[in-house]
Design a protein around this ligand. Structure first.
Ligand SMILES: [Fe+2]
Length: 186
């Protein structure tokens, strides 16, 4: 029997993925126009500031039916005005596709919003496991002072619909208030 190499190597302490099929995306402030409420604070910051990075093991071609993708997101600590750094957030293009998230490092919130605009939040911490059902938009927020690393596994044909979020946003924001994270709806 011929023993093969595994798909990739994961450092479970940091989330770091290593392998030939691992791709990396960097999202800077300049890629997040319109995401944060305080536009004045946003435009006063360095647009090259890295907000988050995503490593994806593309074991299957994104878009392919029947496969799974696996990744780690690294969301840096920071704020725009009093609003914590967060990911763009998305629904899946194929709306019924679900996803697992799990906390690896740091602390934050996972915002979950249904198609009627009702948003809930779950605490993210090392070891937290989150099930994101289909038809639910999801966004990570780093409310801590260190990098928030979160693992994910999702169907390779799920796709990302960022457009709906860019148009209407989430119905809740997470801001620092009196030194603590507070959610604000509206
Ligand atoms: Fe997703």
């Amino acid at each position: 029997m011929n023993i093969q190499q595994p798909a990739a190597k994961v450092n479970w302490a940091t989330g770091n993925l290593e392998g030939k099929k691992v791709s990396k995306t960097v999202r800077k402030l300049k890629h997040l126009e319109g995401v944060f409420a305080d536009e004045e604070a946003y435009s006063s910051m360095d647009p090259e500031t890295v907000v988050y990075e995503v490593e994806v093991l593309e074991q299957e071609q994104p878009g392919k039916e029947g496969g799974l993708l696996f990744g780690t997101s690294y969301l840096y600590p920071g704020k725009v005005g009093d609003e914590y750094f967060m990911t763009k957030g998305h629904f899946h293009e194929k709306r019924d596709r679900a996803e697992y998230y799990w906390g690896i490092r740091g602390s934050g919130l996972l915002l979950l919003m249904d198609e009627q605009g009702v948003t809930t939040a779950e605490q993210v911490f090392p070891g937290s496991l989150h099930y994101v059902p289909g038809h639910i938009a999801h966004r990570l927020v780093n409310t801590g002072s260190e990098v928030l690393a979160v693992g994910a596994c999702w169907p390779s044909d799920a796709g990302h619909d960022y457009g709906s979020i860019a148009d209407r946003g989430f119905t809740a924001r997470v801001k620092e208030s009196g030194g603590k994270a507070a959610t604000e709806t509206g």
